[in-house]
Design a binder for this molecule. Structure first.
Ligand code: ATP
Length: 273
């Protein structure tokens, strides 16, 4: 079967209320929503609308969710692809895919392009090229830079990219007129975890003994994705026992299970200890 070029969502339903916490990041992307909704307000005073913003933060903290919410709030289509999709591609395919993506997004402008894991294509060029097989990645990166320079600020396409490794990115990507805004999306603190729990508990039938504050205290270091996963896991544990609702203990059992999984994962990442 033919590989999918990229994803597009013409009618994004995600909004800022789906994104719990992240107040600072939401405030920063609100400006992008405003640009997309009323570009004239900004350009009439001679201002230049930014072309790109980079969301930086650990995995599962809601970068994709936030980018999608920007599209939802502005009521514009959302085009997305992941940098890691390019890694195994044949010569020429990456660059042409980027070209197609930008063309489509411009035809549907105002719109958002989202590039997840941009570090997979956006690593500094010419470095760590020992294997010699990085030409395709570089071609893709060059095409991306060309596209971003090619469209004017009046094009009304804003490119949002996400990474958890801003330090490895090619400096050319961070230059003015490209991804010159960096927005930090961090792991949630106690209060933010509580807010994330509330979002993900909404579709779940919970028993009245569930103590959200306590669960938030028991989950330091959890990302939003971990909490979403935890809520789902708890519901499955309760269902397996034919319960009528998900109890506090089911959540605690799910915490144990997920913490066990995370520890295993960390061990695999750092085998030194
Ligand atoms: P990655 O770097 O792994 O791509 P990401 O930062 O893009 O991760 P998302 O894909 O946006 O993370 O998050 C995965 C899921 O976790 C979301 O679809 C959502 O269900 C949940 N989630 C993450 N952060 C939040 C949040 N702040 N509020 C509510 N849900 C969240």
């Amino acid at each position: 079967s033919k590989a999918k070029l990229f994803d597009q969502d013409q009618k994004v339903k995600t909004s800022f209320k789906d994104v719990a916490g992240l107040l600072g990041a939401k405030e920063e992307v609100q400006e992008i929503v405003d640009f997309l909704k009323s570009p004239d307000k900004y350009t009439s005073l001679g201002g230049k609308i930014p072309k790109g913003a980079l969301l930086v933060g650990p995995p599962g903290t809601g970068k994709t969710l936030l980018a999608k919410a920007v599209a939802g709030e502005a009521g514009v289509p959302f085009f997305s692809l992941s940098g890691s999709d390019f890694v195994e591609m044949f010569v020429g395919v990456g660059a042409s895919r980027v070209r197609d993506l930008f063309k489509q997004a411009q035809q549907k402008a105002p719109s958002i392009i989202f590039i997840d894991e941009i570090d997979a294509v956006g690593r500094a060029r010419g470095k760590s090229n020992m294997t010699g097989g990085n030409d395709e990645r570089e071609n893709t990166l060059n095409q991306l830079l060309t596209e971003m320079d090619g469209f004017g600020t009046d094009t009304n396409v804003i490119v949002i990219a996400a990474t958890n490794r801003a330090d490895v990115l090619d400096k050319a990507l961070l230059r003015a007129g490209r991804f010159d805004r960096q927005i930090y999306v961090d792991l949630p603190d106690l209060k933010e975890r509580e807010a994330i729990f509330k979002v993900h508990l909404k579709p779940i039938k919970i028993h009245k003994d569930v103590d959200v504050e306590f669960l938030s205290q028991q989950t330091p270091g959890f990302s939003g994705a971990d909490i979403a996963n935890l809520c789902n896991e708890a519901a499955l544990i309760a269902a397996r026992q034919d319960k009528k609702a998900v109890h506090h203990q089911d959540f605690l059992d799910a915490v144990d299970r997920i913490v066990g999984g995370l520890e295993k994962k960390n061990k695999l990442i750092s085998p030194k200890e």
